[in-house]
Design a protein around this ligand. Structure first.
Ligand code: AMP
Length: 411
């Protein structure tokens, strides 16, 4: 569908052109007309589907008419990185409108945010904690909010923000339009939705399957050879930007060092880094200065870097949902991407779950010439903080469920 069919203001059509969007994505096709009519919406959409523009365009269209200089739209989102990303989308799409947006989040001084609010802005993109502080200090005024967006509601729940979100909802006028987006709907999010939205229209966008533009491969490997295999994979694969996921902050740091020692330009994004370091990491990765970024799930939530060609799971995520979120970083909006996952025998249950969701087997790959039989370090060697189990003997590839060398027999 072409954007002209939405009857958006011509100033927004300029922004759409500037953003380089040609046709609307499915969620935009479904959400924009409903939101323009003023309906409350529940969107089941993962990042990578174009959901940000799906709520930003109707907001901008509405704000073009009416009062300027006071906050009229509030977008609440779980992480600073997401807030900045949403703000970037607003900035591009609102180019010709003179509407102003401000980001509000903790970890940085409140002064510039307060000043930006005093200068006057119509749109606030905020993380819950700092926003509540500023509401309580009467720096952020909620009286004129007409549109409320709760983005990544399930993540806000995971991160313990729901009580703050409820306080924020109480602070905005009852008469408003509300849009809630979430990739999954645990009971608490459903409850929040039922308390916050009025006769919402539900828009579901293939939540349970990763973007179809991504190809998936599993690389069975003994746990102690993960880093060697990862580096060999990086050397042999033609990539643009690569995002590597680890289970813990400690492992992210360790793996980043190992990759750096192998001669790659790498950075890392995890909770032990300061806000300044995180911003520098993101900037370096987005600009292409760093080819590789090693991250934990929380740090990379919603990360939107267009050129990510490969997501590599150094560690299998704990849930299928986390897998889908990680993989959502590549293959974004019509681009193709590859998702590699290093798997050890203990990941077999999760592999079966993922294969059920994807409706078929995920291919197993072996790296030609890679020595899979290097023995594990002796038991007396110190165990790294990341791995809680004692080292095991190097398994042969047939340990790993179905694979090329050892096809699994059907039960
Ligand atoms: P989101 O799901 O909002 O994080 O968007 C994912 C990516 O898709 C972003 O890089 C957007 O710039 C891009 N995008 C959003 N809408 C469109 C569109 N209609 N056509 C092409 N790219 C889009």
């Amino acid at each position: 569908m072409n954007f002209t069919q939405f009857n958006l203001d011509s100033r927004l059509m300029q922004g759409i052109k500037k953003a380089g969007y040609e046709t609307a994505t499915p969620i935009q096709e479904a959400a924009i007309p409903a939101a323009l009519r003023g309906r409350d919406l529940i969107g089941t959409a993962q990042t990578g589907t174009g959901k940000t523009a799906a709520f930003v365009l109707p907001i901008l269209n509405k704000l073009l008419n009416g009062q300027r200089g006071v906050p009229r739209a509030l977008i609440v989102t779980p992480t600073r990185e997401l807030a900045e990303q949403i703000n970037d989308v607003i900035r591009v799409l609102s180019g010709g409108t003179r509407l102003r947006s401000v980001t509000i989040y903790g970890g940085v001084g409140a002064g510039p945010q307060i000043q930006a609010l005093r200068n006057g802005a119509e749109i606030l993109v905020a993380c819950p904690g700092r926003l509540l502080d500023l509401i309580n200090q009467r720096q952020a005024r909620m009286e004129k909010i007409e549109i409320l967006v709760l983005d990544e509601a399930d993540r806000m729940f995971d991160m313990g923000f729901l009580p703050d979100v409820r306080r924020i909802v109480k602070a905005v006028p009852v008469h408003r339009q509300t849009m809630l987006f979430s990739a999954t709907f645990p009971a608490d999010v459903e409850l929040l939705a039922s308390q916050t939205l009025k006769q919402p229209q539900r828009i579901a966008m293939g939540i349970s399957r990763p973007a179809y533009t991504v190809t998936h491969a599993l690389y069975p490997v003994p746990p102690h050879l993960k880093s060697s295999l990862l580096i060999e994979l990086l050397k042999r694969t033609k990539t643009e930007s690569v995002l590597v996921f680890t289970r813990t902050k400690y492992r992210a740091q360790k793996v980043a060092h190992q990759i750096q020692r192998a001669g790659f330009k790498v950075t890392s994004l995890h909770g032990d880094r300061t806000q300044g370091q995180r911003q520098a990491a993101l900037k370096g990765f987005k600009s292409g200065y760093h080819d590789i970024m090693v991250a934990t799930d929380i740090a990379a939530r919603g990360l939107d870097v267009e050129s990510i060609s490969h997501v590599i799971n150094y560690d299998m995520p704990d849930t299928a949902d986390a897998y889908i979120h990680r993989i959502g970083r590549t293959g974004r909006a019509e681009r193709t991407g590859d998702a590699f996952t290093l798997v050890t025998p203990e990941d077999n249950d999760m592999i079966r779950t993922l294969e059920r969701i994807m409706g078929g087997p995920i291919k197993r790959e072996m790296l030609e010439g890679f020595n899979y039989t290097v023995p594990a370090p002796p038991r007396s060697a110190p165990v790294s903080r990341g791995g809680h189990r004692p080292p095991r003997p190097a398994p042969t590839p047939s340990h790993y469920g179905r694979n090329r060398l050892a096809p699994r027999r059907r039960k």
